[in-house]
Unconditional design. Structure first.
Lengths: 122, 163
């Protein structure tokens, strides 16, 4: 993983999470802005997958557990589409909050992925 | 904004239901987290801490059932699973800090390689596993009709007492 890219992902996911939770609690239904924020989070995750696949070939090897890293990454990749799907089906303000919760979960998971990739816990 | 006004007008009934949806989403994420982690721990290193990893898997199953129960509004099942969760996080949380050897844990580090969702009261998951069942029980008590809530209360008290 690339540390700066991890930080960028965490910041974007937190910003998306905060925006969605605030807008949701303010009564907004899922809209282009909030759904788009989750699409952005997902696109960054797909780029992360590409980075993770290419990095070892360029000498950026994981020092931690690679399978555990991919369990997190693949779980993370599934969450934004599920939240977006939910937001499209159930058109209430609470779906906007759900979008925010999903974005915060991604922020935490990306942070954990960085730890798993680069820190030895054993 | 007429949308919003309509929603505000309906608030007393809609609000409880809406919060419930958010609860379902948080439960779903925790279910993925707990199950994913335990599956990996069991495949990768079951021998290191069999008791802790079995508990990890058990907690994953409990979160999955609780998610379904809340989502499908199966109130009795929700009461039972969320009560088990609360008991689990309190018992396993206490044991992991006071007597980690009972669980076969090598350290009390909530981020350690043999920690579970419930270790150290869920500190590795921002204490969400400790807060969530309390919120879940409050939601169940508040959301249902009084009669249903009262009978549900009794149903929930039993499994806790038996544990």
């Amino acid at each position: 993983m690339i540390y700066a890219y991890t930080i960028a992902q965490v910041l974007v996911a937190c910003a998306a999470g905060l925006a969605c939770v605030v807008l949701g609690l303010a009564g907004r239904r899922p809209n282009d802005l909030t759904l788009g924020a989750l699409v952005l989070v997902e696109l960054l995750l797909i780029a992360q997958l590409v980075i993770a696949l290419i990095a070892p070939g360029l000498g950026n090897h994981a020092s931690g557990s690679v399978p555990e890293f991919y369990v997190y990454l693949i779980s993370a990749l599934l969450i934004p589409p599920l939240a977006i799907f939910w937001g499209l089906i159930e058109r209430t303000r609470w779906s906007t909050v759900v979008l925010g919760v999903a974005a915060f979960a991604i922020a935490v998971m990306v942070f954990r992925m960085e730890q798993i990739w680069s820190v030895q816990l054993a | 904004m007429s949308d919003n006004e309509a929603q505000v007008a309906e608030r007393p009934t809609r609000r409880g239901a809406g919060v419930g949806r958010v609860l379902v989403a948080v439960y779903a994420i925790l279910a993925i987290a707990a199950t994913g982690r335990s599956v990996f721990q069991i495949i990768d290193r079951f021998g290191e801490a069999p008791v802790a990893f079995t508990l990890s898997a058990f907690s994953g199953v409990v979160y999955i059932v609780a998610t379904i129960a809340l989502g499908a509004r199966l109130r009795r099942l929700a009461w039972i699973t969320i009560s088990i969760e609360l008991a689990g996080v309190l018992i396993v949380g206490s044991l992991s800090l006071l007597a980690p050897a009972v669980l076969g844990l090598h350290s009390i580090d909530p981020f350690g390689r043999d920690s579970t969702v419930w270790s150290a009261f869920g500190a590795g998951y921002l204490l969400i596993p400790l807060v969530l069942p309390v919120l879940g029980l409050l939601y169940l008590r508040r959301s249902g009709p009084v009669a249903v809530a009262a009978s549900g209360d009794d149903a929930a008290a039993d499994p806790v007492a038996k544990l």
